[in-house]
Structure formats: structure tokens, C-alpha cells
Design a protein around this ligand. Structure first.
Ligand code: V47
Ligand code: SF4
Length: 376
């Protein structure tokens, strides 16, 4: 073991922050087992033996999108036969189905349609909240909020406040991709830039809305772009404390321009686990790290529970973004399956709601209370 690894280990054991250079060392020189051991130490310090999941569903109200992110297999052109826009009836049917199944959360994201007005997106949240107030609406990424600003000329703070009134519960972590301009300009040139992404999450936190953060890895980015991404997130978290979970998203290459142009394959399981562990180690102020099973596959998501992750996401019904890009994970998991998957890893399954309160179920009803575990 080199001096630098010894110094890094000492910092982690003493709960001290790792520097950018430490992160680069971990990326370039640490072996997988050491990364796993150290990430697990932090994971157990923060969340004990618990692994969290929720009962949720996805809603992608439209896939028609003005942007052309080169990694995206989900979007459709305005006139494409693949394009769709859901009607109010279809949206409410999905929400009713979720509510009847006992879902606590709807995760709502989609394309930025060429012709739909701002009010259409607001209406999605408003009608679901009016008919199903128990569903927590985790809706619209920073890219969508930036688009609403472009549509209306209004400030994103004002728009977030209006949506909060209409029933918005929190923001998902998408649209982050890779913040460093060397990469961002190549994979999603026109959509919300890094500054806008951070400003919108800061505003959401200041309005009392929690949010998540993601990183799309395993394509053309280099280690320094990943570490830069994590350090930037850590800085906003120092300022607001509003992030709940970080979700590393592995690039899925099928049907994407990015993979075709650069001849890219799916990242290996080794890269998935290394990225999970390094994220846990660098993001010392994030309470949770999520191994999103839809993206990683169930086996890697299980392994990840020993490489820093403490969350699996949810039952996830109707997922489209990853399945369009070649994910061979199932469309949904039952609660019994998700609990078994967690128990097989030796962890204790805990159902949480979106805000990480523990969910208790009695006779088909549920209530959310304080979280078990030692979240620091
Ligand atoms: O921003 C799109 C990614 C994100 C591909 O907040 C792709 O709890 C890989 O952010 N290969 C949207 N990734 C999904 C997202 C998310 C997922 C789960 C939980 C949460 C949360 C948020 O999906 C996009 C983009 O980074 N993405 N296409 C692809 N081919
Ligand atoms: Fe549009 Fe989102 Fe796909 Fe980019 S990732 S093309 S913004 S749907």
C-alpha cells in the first residue's frame, strides 16, 4: 500500500474529507477491494445494516423532445411515429393504479415538447395531486425547469414556488450528466448548463424542497470529470443540505448516437462498483447513495450494497428511459421480491417514503414516521 492510500484510509477512518487529489488517486490507483472496504465503512457508519427501498411508479408524460442528447434513446422527434403525449385520462389512470397499489411516490420526467405550453406540465402535477394527494410527486429535472423558464420568461424560483403550491413534493436528480464543460458540450450541448442545474437545485432547497443528484458515467468522460462532478455536488450540499440521495447512472449504449460514434459498450461491473464506492467516499455530506436496480441490473445492485450503496430505489413500474436504451432488467419488482433481494445481501430492508421517513403498513393503509437507522 502506498503512502497516499494510507493517508486516505486514515482520513476516512477519522471522518475527514477527501480532496480532489485523493479522489483522483482512488480512481487511478486504488484496488476494488480497498475501495469496497472503505466505502462500506462509511455506508455502515451512516446507515448501519439498513437498505432502503420505496413503492413507486414512473410517469413519462411525453417522449417528444426538442433536445438531442447523444446518449438518449428515449426521445422522439415531433413527427416521429414513436412520439407520444399522454392525455389527462391516461395520466390519471396511471396515478389511480399507483395509489391503489399502495405506491407512495410518482417519479415524473419526460421530454421537452416543441409545442406544449408551460401550463400543460403544471397541469400534470396539479391533476394528480388533486385526485391522489397521498402520492408524493418527485417531478421534473433541472433541465425541465430550465425549459419552463425558456417558455415563460419567468424565474425558475417563481416557477418552483408555483408548482409547490400545485403539489410538487421534490425534484429528481436527472439532467446532471457530467458537469465539466469538456464533456457536457459534447453530449448535451443545448440543454440547461451546469450553472443552471446548480442554481435550480439551490432554489429548490431554499424553498424547502429536497432533491437528488445523478452522474451519467461510463461513456467518454475521464476520471477527472467524474471527480470534478462529485466535488461540485459536495459544495452545494455544504451550502444547503438539501440533497438526499446520489445516484450514479451507468451509460446504456443501445440505440444511442453517442455509442455509435465512439463505439462504446456498457460499463463493466467493475466500473459500476468502483464508481459507487468512490461516490460514497467523496460525497461525505450525502446521507444516501442509491444503486438504481433498473440501470445496474439486480445482481450488481445487490453487490453495490457492499460498495457504498444503501438504497435500491423502488418497485419502479413503467420505466422507459433505460428500457429504450437496452436495459434487460424487469419492468417492475414486487415488494416481496425487493425485500428478498435486499435480505440476500445480508442487509435489513426498510421501506421509506421519498423523504426517507419509514413507512409502516397496516391493513392496506400506510403511514410514514421517523427513519430507522443512524443517518449522519
Ligand atoms: O438525466 C438517459 C439518464 C437520467 C440514458 O432522482 C441515461 O431518484 C444511461 O435521473 N443510459 C434520468 N442513462 C433518470 C434519473 C433518475 C433515475 C432514477 C432515480 C432518480 C432519482 C433519477 O437518465 C437522465 C440521464 O442522465 N439517461 N439516457 C442512457 N442511454
Ligand atoms: Fe430530451 Fe432528456 Fe433525452 Fe436529453 S435526455 S434528449 S433532454 S429526453
Amino acid at each position: 500500500m502506498t503512502t497516499s492510500m494510507t493517508a486516505i484510509r486514515e482520513k476516512i477512518e477519522n471522518g475527514q474529507r477527501l480532496s480532489f487529489e485523493d479522489g483522483m488517486f482512488l480512481e487511478e490507483q486504488a484496488d476494488l477491494f480497498t475501495l469496497g472496504e472503505l466505502a462500506n465503512l462509511v455506508r455502515e457508519r451512516k446507515n448501519g445494516q439498513f437498505t432502503y427501498y420505496n413503492v413507486n411508479t414512473h410517469l413519462n408524460p411525453t417522449n417528444v423532445c426538442v433536445y438531442r442528447c447523444t446518449f438518449c434513446a428515449f426521445r422522439a422527434d415531433l413527427k416521429s411515429p414513436k412520439g407520444y403525449v399522454m392525455s389527462d385520462e391516461q395520466i390519471l389512470e396511471r396515478a389511480a393504479e399507483a395509489d391503489a397499489r399502495g405506491a407512495t411516490e410518482m417519479h415524473i420526467v419526460g421530454g421537452l415538447h416543441h409545442q406544449l405550453p408551460y401550463e400543460w406540465y403544471l397541469n400534470v402535477v396539479r391533476i394528480i395531486h388533486e385526485h391522489h394527494p397521498r402520492l408524493h410527486l418527485k417531478a421534473y429535472t433541472a433541465v425541465e425547469w430550465d425549459w419552463f423558464h425558456r417558455l415563460t420568461g419567468r424565474s425558475t424560483r417563481d416557477l418552483l414556488a408555483e408548482f409547490k403550491e400545485a403539489g410538487l413534493g421534490s425534484l429528481p436528480g436527472g439532467g446532471a450528466e457530467i458537469f465539466h464543460p469538456e464533456i457536457r458540450d459534447q453530449i448535451c450541448e443545448h440543454k440547461a448548463d451546469t450553472e443552471a442545474w446548480f442554481r435550480i437545485h439551490r432554489e429548490a432547497h431554499q424553498l424547502g424542497l429536497r432533491s437528488n443528484a445523478t452522474m451519467l458515467y461510463g461513456h467518454i468522460e475521464k476520471p477527472m470529470h467524474r471527480i470534478d462532478h462529485l466535488v461540485r455536488l459536495r459544495e452545494l450540499q455544504d451550502e444547503t443540505g438539501g440533497f438526499q440521495t446520489f445516484i450514479p447512472l451507468a451509460f446504456h449504449p443501445d440505440n444511442t448516437k453517442l455509442a455509435a460514434e465512439h463505439k462504446l459498450q456498457k460499463p463493466s461491473v467493475l466500473m459500476d462498483l468502483r464508481t459507487m464506492a468512490i461516490s460514497r467516499l467523496m460525497l461525505d455530506n450525502f446521507p444516501h447513495i442509491k444503486a438504481y436496480w433498473v440501470m445496474l441490473g439486480i445482481k450488481t445492485a445487490q453487490l453495490a450494497q457492499h460498495y457504498g450503496a444503501d438504497d435500491l430505489d423502488g418497485t419502479v413500474v413503467h420505466e422507459k428511459i433505460y428500457h429504450d436504451a437496452g436495459s434487460d432488467s424487469p419492468q417492475e419488482l414486487t415488494v416481496a421480491e425487493i425485500r428478498r433481494i435486499i435480505e440476500e445481501t445480508g442487509r435489513i430492508p426498510v421501506e421509506r417514503d421519498t423523504l426517507y421517513r419509514e413507512v409502516k403498513r397496516v391493513d392496506g393503509e400506510w403511514i410514514a414516521g421517523p427513519l430507522v437507522g443512524a443517518v449522519a
